[in-house]
Write a protein that binds this ligand. Structure first.
Ligand code: FES
Length: 131
C-alpha cells in the first residue's frame, strides 16, 4: 500500500493542451429537453461556433447525462483555472449567445474573463445548503 508521501510525489504531465476553460452542459433528464419544460439546449449551434471560429483548441465544451442538481433546468458548469461556475434557469437563447460571447472574448484575451454581469442571474451556489 502506498503512503501519502508516495501519492504526493506523482508528477503529472500537462494534459491541458492550451485550453483556458471548459463548459460541461447537462443534456440529460430534464435539462435542455423541451418535452420536460426546459428550453432546448442549442448544443449543435455552440459546437459549430467553436469549430468555425477556431475556439475549440482553447476552450472545451463537453456534455453530461446529469450534473446532479436537475430542477433549475438547463444546468451547466463552467470550469476556469480560478473557479467553478454553476449556471441554470435558462429559459431562452440569449444567455447561450452571451456564453459564447464570453468564451470568444476570453479566448481572444488568452485567459478566462470574469463571468459577464448579464449571466450572473443564472449563477447559483451548488452547495449553498450545506455551508
Ligand atoms: S438532468 Fe441536468 S442536472 Fe440532472
Amino acid at each position: 500500500m502506498n503512503s501519502m508521501d508516495d501519492l504526493i510525489q506523482i508528477e503529472w504531465p500537462d494534459y491541458n493542451k492550451n485550453r483556458i476553460g471548459q463548459l460541461i452542459i447537462c443534456e440529460g433528464g430534464i435539462c435542455g429537453k423541451k418535452e420536460k419544460g426546459a428550453f432546448p439546449n442549442p448544443i449543435e449551434k455552440m459546437k459549430e461556433i467553436l469549430l468555425a471560429e477556431g475556439l475549440k483548441k482553447y476552450f472545451k465544451i463537453t456534455f453530461s447525462p446529469c450534473l446532479g442538481i436537475c430542477l433549475p433546468h438547463n444546468v451547466m458548469l463552467a470550469i476556469t483555472p480560478k473557479e467553478l461556475i454553476w449556471l441554470g434557469m435558462i429559459r431562452d437563447a440569449k444567455p447561450y449567445d452571451e456564453l459564447m460571447d464570453w468564451i470568444r472574448s476570453s479566448v481572444k484575451e488568452g485567459k478566462m474573463l470574469p463571468l459577464p454581469a448579464s449571466l450572473e442571474k443564472h449563477r447559483f451556489d451548488r452547495f449553498a445548503s450545506v455551508k
